[in-house]
Design a protein around this ligand. Structure first.
Ligand code: NAD
Length: 285
């Protein structure tokens, strides 16, 4: 049957992880509970493969082969037992992730992973029967373009599991770092700090979002400014991460009221067409 990779959640990250796993030769089950999103997932993936062919990154034959490897489903229970890998990429809420991980563990995967950006692996592992096989695999957005994967080692994660996660990262064409299981790991703790401060600066009227971003791009050589990055990540996702980090480290990670109100208004960034910028057809206006 070949090697099998299960991705739970077909949002920004789940889609990208499924795309990369299919490209690495895995048969992929992409599981999404929201029926409308499950339907659009297949269309979005087709768009990614078409783009890769247009840009000369894949031959039409390679793209067609990857396409046949992905099956989109709406029910995890429909996935066959014994996959090589399961990665959950559902929203950044510990209770939801724990429920999904328990259901995923019942499939008896060789490696079970969470794409959490900020929640300790130890907190997600409570309730797992085999926490030694569980690890954080923190991918970056867009998954096909970003080289880094943070491998987050929980207190019960064995060396064998860590080694398997590092090897998997390599197979997916990524460059891993291994990090200790502290909230926010190595990346979100720093990246979210910058994003939250930039949002406070918008609220204070320091400069326009475009000029704050320009300051960091031209003044600090960041490839993208913190507000555009927040639009790309999703304001709702960043809000959830900030709340997790606030619980762990205190009010230095308190979400700015502007972020909360934008999320309430449905201004989630690129995925909703509006955030700090306007987005049309996936392009910033
Ligand atoms: P998202 O909101 O775009 O997607 C989450 C998807 O999970 C949604 O489509 C939702 O319908 C689905 N879902 C919810 N419950 C489910 C269930 N029980 N079974 C199957 N599907 C379910 O979120 P995202 O941006 O892809 O983030 C997912 C995870 O990845 C979060 O933990 C986030 O912190 C992390 N992450 C996000 C980014 C980013 O840039 N967006 C980067 C790295 C890590």
């Amino acid at each position: 049957m070949g090697e099998r990779f299960v991705v739970v959640g077909a949002g920004t990250m789940g889609l990208g992880i499924a795309y990369v796993a299919a490209g690495a030769g895995y048969g992929v089950d992409l599981v999404e509970v929201d029926v409308a999103r499950a339907e659009s997932a297949a269309v979005t993936l087709d768009g990614l493969w078409d783009k890769a062919v247009r840009r000369g990154k894949l031959t039409p034959g390679e793209a067609a082969e990857s396409r046949t490897r992905v099956v989109v489903r709406t029910d995890l229970a429909a996935v066959a037992d014994g996959p090589d890998v399961v990665v959950e990429a559902v929203p950044e809420r510990a209770d939801l992730k724990r429920t999904v991980l328990a259901a995923a563990e019942a499939l008896r995967p060789a490696l079970l992973a969470s794409n959490t950006s900020s929640i300790p692996i130890a907190e997600l592992a409570t309730g797992l029967a085999r926490p030694e096989r569980f690890v954080g695999l923190h991918f970056f957005n867009p998954v096909w373009a970003m080289a880094l994967i943070e491998v987050v080692v929980g207190p019960a994660t064995t060396e064998e599991t860590t080694g398997a996660a590092v090897a998997l990262a390599g197979r997916l064409g990524k460059d891993p770092i291994v990090v200790r299981d502290l909230p926010g790991f190595a990346t979100s703790r720093l990246g979210v700090t910058l994003g939250l401060e930039a949002i406070r600066m918008v609220a204070d009227g320091v400069a326009s979002p475009a000029d704050i971003d320009k300051a960091m791009v031209l003044g600090y050589r960041h490839p993208v400014g913190p507000l555009e990055l927040t639009d790309l990540v999703g304001l709702d996702v960043r809000l959830d991460i900030a709340r997790t980090l606030q619980r762990a480290y205190g009010d230095r990670f308190a979400p700015p009221p502007l972020l909360e109100s934008m999320v309430e208004q449905g201004r989630l960034g690129k995925k909703s067409g509006r955030g700090f910028y306007h987005w049309e057809g996936g392009v910033r206006r």
